[in-house]
Design a protein around this ligand. Structure first.
Ligand SMILES: O=[N+]([O-])c1ccc(O[C@@H]2O[C@@H](CO)[C@H](O)[C@H]2O)cc1
Length: 803
């Protein structure tokens, strides 16, 4: 078939090129760009973008620096909106335009990341992200969305009060790093495809995990973070994006880190992101969070003038301003000589070479151009949304009542603020869903009679007066289900929690419902709350955490209740006792316990108290036994294996030493019970090695096994790298230390393997030291301003160390 005929066939299958041009795509087959290299599909993407930008006037360049770019009409280059959202499905946002009815009036709405994180299933995440990027492409073909999406949110969820924890996969940096690697692969279509499916944006770089607390708010907050905590905890997800996943875009955050707003920080955006992690392809760009460039001027007061603020951000490497501050103030900044035109060119080349790599200029040559609304909400996507919810739901308590056979001869009383949840299940950063199957829908599928009391009291009502109808239902029912907890009315973007207890009269109502002496269980939705009273009440049969489970969440919940699906999700966060939040301010960014400040430590790695449920908690309907397989690599046979560090590093030829393999350890997982079930193998490392204090343990590997039948065994491979054995020193260097190590499988270890490293410690990764800390004088920051190269050392030539 000739190329021409092939193109014609494609045009029949999908929107034709000319039609595309009428709907927001550049004019490449006519007009001024026709003979410009940018329209030459065989040319190098960078050359194509450079050729385009060369045709822009200065004014046109300055105009195209915001999240809403007007394009260049005289060239046939249309407007483009960079701000598109797709956190767990294509979502409402400035660049995404759902229709009211019919085609493109909905997109698949997966669970919030906190639930998908609980699945601990990288293959699931890749599949979900592939559906999201497929649907995004279909929307784009009909000019209903852009090609870049400002997802994922990967700030580790370290404080239970944070209003945006639901948007993240959880609290553990290793877990998030692995999750996000698979997510980006699914969104972008692999490490370096000819045509990216879409561009993903890792946000918010870095140290952003507070909305508003005790007079601090996200737009002015200056997070004080040591190099050790940055490298060990706040950075790994971002390193995974930049260095290991080739993500197309980054977003700098609202907050400052150690005195510098991140969007105006060349140390973070240049020295770390671009230089240290090698994120240097021209098509990769940084956007600011929305209005974060303006925040550099106010309320950060980082510069004395607005012009200095925009120049500081542009010079630091913020290529796009989400907002209009660049468009308003860069012209005057240019007049004042605060940045060079070449810096502006670089930002624009990054943007447009990214669009080249997305096939923006290539019409029907792009394979995804044939996607239409028939590729949205396919049976596969619908099944995946159900699977994602079912895999992420966590069983936290069960006295044996579950799974419960529920038949048409039974009556269920389904009560609580989440009983008839619809959009509640989607949380935030959502779009219209094809359907919303809440708990009522799920209960109805059992065939039972369902008595629903949805909002008798509400989450915040401290009295039980309005709950009266439910006692009658409880009387009539064979089974009582309480579906409640919290939702976005209690914690969301812009609003952190002031309590991590159950809200209103909910616990009182639950306690009364438990007194009917019937099977009674709780579906706790939304973020974690202190479930101690539920654990301690012997009349409550079971507790299920459902989070924000997406479009099919209610069905997934009842499938677990009835045993149609066996639960295997694990908590991706620590569930703290309610008193925790009075022991540590939200603004304390340290992880380790500290006798001076009174901090009990953060996350399962460092928390010294007794969690209500620890990270990784999750029950099953069966039991598992685990053993390390016989065919271990020969030097892993012995339980007291010893390895010399110089041998290990000497064998390694990787550019990044932390990626070098240590061992692949096969694990046999045997189902000793009576129910077919998934199992998540969690591999934690513990032991005395590296700087004190030692963390309790660190997640270093995980793998979800599917459908292990009773009596059968499946094998998981635990891959350990030298990086996964290493610890981080005071300066942020990643070091392999001699000492004792133990690999533990599962939270209450089902298997354990000991080994030790001997010899001299070896640094696997030297961390570029931060510049001298700025100080405030007369309300403005003064002192160090440039990058590490200019000012990274103290006057005597030594490194400044921990800040
Ligand atoms: O002005 N608004 O409508 C508005 C809405 C949302 C918003 O949040 C920011 O925008 C998101 C961009 O992806 C970031 O994740 C979030 O921090 C910031 C501003």
């Amino acid at each position: 078939m000739s190329a021409l005929l092939g193109a014609a066939v494609l045009a029949l299958a999908g929107p034709a090129l000319a039609q595309l041009e009428g709907r927001g795509f550049p004019e490449c087959h006519q007009g001024p760009l026709k003979n410009n290299t940018v329209c030459d599909t065989s040319a190098d993407p960078l050359d194509r973008a450079i050729a385009l930008i060369k045709t822009f006037t200065l004014e046109e360049k300055l105009n195209n620096t915001g999240s809403t770019s007007p394009g260049v009409p005289r060239l046939g280059l249309p407007a483009y909106t960079w701000w598109n959202e797709a956190l767990h499905g294509v979502a409402d946002s400035p660049g995404v335009n759902f229709s009211d009815v019919g085609d493109f009036s909905y997109a698949t709405s997966f669970p919030e990341p906190i639930v998908m994180g609980a699945a601990f299933d990288d293959e699931l995440i890749r599949a979900v992200a592939t559906v999201v990027s497929t649907e995004a492409r279909a929307f784009n073909n009909f000019d209903r969305a852009g090609l870049d999406f400002w997802t994922p949110n990967i700030n580790p969820y370290k404080d239970p009060r944070w209003g945006r924890g639901l948007e993240t996969p959880g609290e553990d940096p290793f877990h998030i790093a692995s999750y996000v690697h698979n997510l980006i692969d699914g969104l972008q279509g692999g490490y370096d495809p000819k045509y990216k499916r879409v561009v993903a944006t890792c946000k918010h770089f870095v140290g952003y995990d507070m909305e508003s607390w005790n007079g601090n708010y996200r737009y002015q907050w200056d997070a004080q973070i040591s190099s050790q905590d940055l490298v060990e905890y706040y950075m790994p997800p971002f390193q995974s994006c930049a260095r290991d996943s080739n993500v197309g875009a980054f977003m700098c955050s609202y907050n400052a880190v150690n005195g510098r707003p991140t969007c105006a920080d060349p140390y973070l955006l240049n020295d770390i992101l671009r230089e240290h992690w090698g994120w240097t392809e021209e098509q990769q760009w940084v956007t600011s969070d929305c209005d974060a460039v303006q925040n550099v001027f106010y309320p950060h007061k980082f510069t004395e003038t607005r012009e200095e603020a925009v120049a500081a951000a542009l010079n630091a490497g913020t290529d796009i301003d989400c907002g209009t501050y660049y468009q308003h103030h860069l012209p005057a900044a240019y007049e004042q000589g605060l940045f060079n035109e070449s810096t502006l060119d670089q930002a624009l080349v990054r943007q447009y070479s990214s669009l080249v790599r997305l096939g923006y200029f290539d019409g029907m040559a792009v394979p995804y151009r044939n996607l239409t609304f028939s590729d949205v909400s396919t049976p596969h996507a619908q099944q995946l949304a159900h699977r994602a919810a079912a895999e992420g739901i966590v069983l936290l308590k069960n006295d044996g009542t579950l799974p419960l056979k529920i038949g048409s001869d039974m009556t269920i009383a389904l009560v609580g603020d989440w009983a008839n949840a619809t959009t509640q299940m989607q949380g935030n950063y959502e779009g219209p869903a094809p359907y919303l199957h809440g708990p009522v829908y799920g209960a109805n599928q059992t065939g039972a009679t369902v008595l629903v009391a949805n909002q008798p009291g509400g989450q915040g009502d401290p009295t039980t007066d309005n709950w009266r109808p439910i006692w009658e239902y409880a009387e009539q029912a064979d089974v009582i289900v309480y579906a409640g907890g919290i939702d976005l009315t209690v914690a969301e973007e812009g609003m952190d929690r002031v309590s991590i207890d159950w809200t209103g009269a909910q616990l009182d109502v639950i306690g009364q419902l438990a007194m009917y002496g019937k099977p009674m269980f709780v579906m706790q939705m939304g973020d974690q709350v202190d479930n101690t009273p539920i654990i301690q009440n012997p009349n409550i049969s079971a507790l299920i955490w459902g989070g924000y489970p997406g479009q099919d969440g209610g069905l997934a919940l009842f499938d677990i209740v009835t045993g149609k699906v066996a639960p295997a999700g694990r908590l991706p966060v620590t569930q703290y006792p309610a008193a925790y939040i009075s022991q540590i301010p939200m603004t304390d960014m340290t992880l380790r316990p500290n006798a001076t400040t009174g901090s009990p430590g953060r996350t399962y790695q460092w928390y010294t108290g007794e969690p209500v449920f620890e990270f990784g908690s999750g029950l099953h309907y069966t039991n598992f036994s685990i053993s390390f397989a016989n065919d271990l690599p020969h030097n892993h046979h012995s339980s007291s294996s010893c390895y010399n560090i110089s041998d290990l590093t000497g064998d390694c030829n990787e550019q990044y030493k932390d990626r070098c393999a240590f061992a692949t350890i096969p694990l046999d997982v045997h189902n000793t019970g009576a129910v077919t079930s998934d199992y998540v193998a969690l591999g934690f490392l513990t032991g005395c090695h590296g700087p004190q204090p030692y963390p309790r343990k660190r997640l270093r590997a995980y793998k979800r096994l599917h459908g292990i039948a009773p009596g059968s065994t499946q094998t998981a491979a635990v891959n350990l790298t030298l990086g996964s054995l290493a610890r981080v020193d005071d300066y942020g260097n990643t070091v392999l230390y001699p000492g004792d190590y133990a690999l533990m499988i599962d939270t209450q270890p089902l298997a354990m393997m000991n080994f030790s490293l001997t010899g001299e410690a070896v640094t696997l990764d030297y961390w570029p030291q931060p510049p001298v800390k700025r100080v405030q004088e007369n309300g403005y920051w003064v002192g160090g301003y440039g990058s590490t190269q200019e000012e990274g050392l103290l006057a005597d030539g030594t490194v400044p160390g921990v800040m």
